[in-house]
Design a protein around this ligand. Structure first.
Ligand code: ADP
Length: 375
């Protein structure tokens, strides 16, 4: 009998609970035992009560609840081989032969490393007499599948990550509330949203609320951005608009890699010699990732969780039949179809965007993004 474990890792996102529910129930449906690994990789390294057999009823009520009931953590030990060795031992001791990990690009990089190292970890466990040859025999191959849980929608190879649309809706709801005050007092608001290397949330929120101006990391403003924004805001005000909304991603930059902060934008809009607008800053922070998962993320978590179980079972079948073990995959959604993508290619492309932004090669960053960014 296959034993399929699910884990949530890295930053939490709405929909992770839906993933846990879908994986547990699909695994049971397919005749497997389902396990939850608590607190991300930390749970693998700790073992014991961190790895629990989970039944159908245990995940009742999980679908719409934000965050992750089985916990998530950053685990330093897993960056080291020694930590991964202990993780491998705990998996074998629990009889787990398939692992489904829902997390961001860091978690998925860890997953890929774990699988690549697996045969040598197993050998080492025998060589150091932590486990016997007999014990490790059924666990020579590890099948891992990734699911992307991230509010930033920052992973290449998929149109949407689990949690992104809920975070976007949260931003819109917050801005709708802020707009009441903005319109009443004729104020300007500079709203900071999450996204260090990825402007998807800022850009889509800006479109969805009709912002006056948007700052994203991938497409920095030109050197004359200050004049540009003042001109746009003035034009809108001249047209009779009583509110000004500027959306700025955490990672917003100018063309030379200098950070553009909400304070800089506020000072500009409030400048007595210029627009002299009564300007406030609102940093939405963790409100963005909280609350119940939206309908889209519940759907994505469920369909992708089901596909992840199918993918690990397909891999197990191939191995059993003596065929080559399929490449580790991450489950995506592309043009409304649930897909399997090579995990490392998706992670590598994601990291390339971050590197391009850090190196201020913005044209490259833009060309690597799957989303078409409006001018
Ligand atoms: P996210 O998955 O949201 O990108 P992190 O980058 O913090 O978040 O990764 C979550 C966890 O995944 C880390 O705390 C660590 O345990 C594991 N991890 C991340 N990168 C690696 C890596 N290169 N090698 C091994 N484990 C990693």
């Amino acid at each position: 009998k296959q034993k399929v474990a699910v884990m949530t890792s890295g930053g939490d996102s709405p929909g992770m609970n839906g993933v846990v529910r879908a994986v547990v129930r699909m695994a049971i449906h397919m005749g497997c035992d389902a396990y939850c690994v608590y607190e991300g990789y930390e749970g693998l390294v700790q073992g014991g009560s961190y790895i629990k057999k989970t039944e159908w009823d245990d995940v009742r009520g999980y679908l719409g609840i934000g965050g992750t009931y089985i916990g998530t953590a950053r685990c330093m030990a897993f960056y080291e081989r020694a930590g991964r060795l202990t993780g491998a031992k705990n998996m074998i001791l629990n009889g787990i032969n398939a692992l489904i990990i829902c997390g961001g690009d860091g978690s998925l990089t860890g997953a890929d490393k774990f699988r690549a190292e697996w045969p040598s970890l197993v050998e080492e466990l025998v060589a150091t007499k932590q486990l016997t040859q007999e014990q490790v025999e059924p666990y020579k191959k590890l099948n891992i599948v990734g699911l992307v849980g991230s509010i930033d929608n920052d992973l290449s190879g998929t149109d949407a990550t689990i949690g992104a649309y809920t975070a976007l809706a949260n931003i819109c709801e917050a801005v709708d509330k802020i707009e009441s005050t903005a319109t009443s007092h004729s104020r300007a608001f500079v709203i900071e949203v999450m996204g260090r290397h990825c402007g998807w949330l800022a850009l889509m929120a800006g479109v969805a609320i009709g912002a006056d101006h948007i700052f994203i990391p991938e497409k920095p403003r030109k050197d004359n951005w200050k004049e540009e924004i003042c001109e746009v805001v003035k034009k809108h005000r001249d047209w009779g608009k009583r509110k000004t909304i500027v959306i700025i991603a955490e990672g917003a930059m100018d063309r030379h890699g200098g950070k553009i902060t909400p304070e800089m934008v506020k000072d500009l809009l409030a400048d007595k010699k210029g627009l002299a607008l009564d300007t406030r800053i609102s940093s939405l922070g963790h409100l963005q990732r909280g609350g119940p998962a939206g309908a889209y993320d519940r759907m994505l978590a469920t369909l992708q969780g089901v596909e992840a179980v199918k993918a690990v079972l397909d891999a197990a079948k191939a191995v059993k039949e003596g065929k080559p073990q399929p490449e580790t995959c991450v489950i995506g959604i592309n043009e409304n179809k649930i897909t399997r993508q090579p995990l490392m290619a998706a992670v590598a492309a994601t990291q390339q965007v971050a590197k391009a932004i850090e190196a201020q090669d913005f044209d490259k960053a833009m060309s690597l993004r799957d989303t078409e960014f409006a001018e």
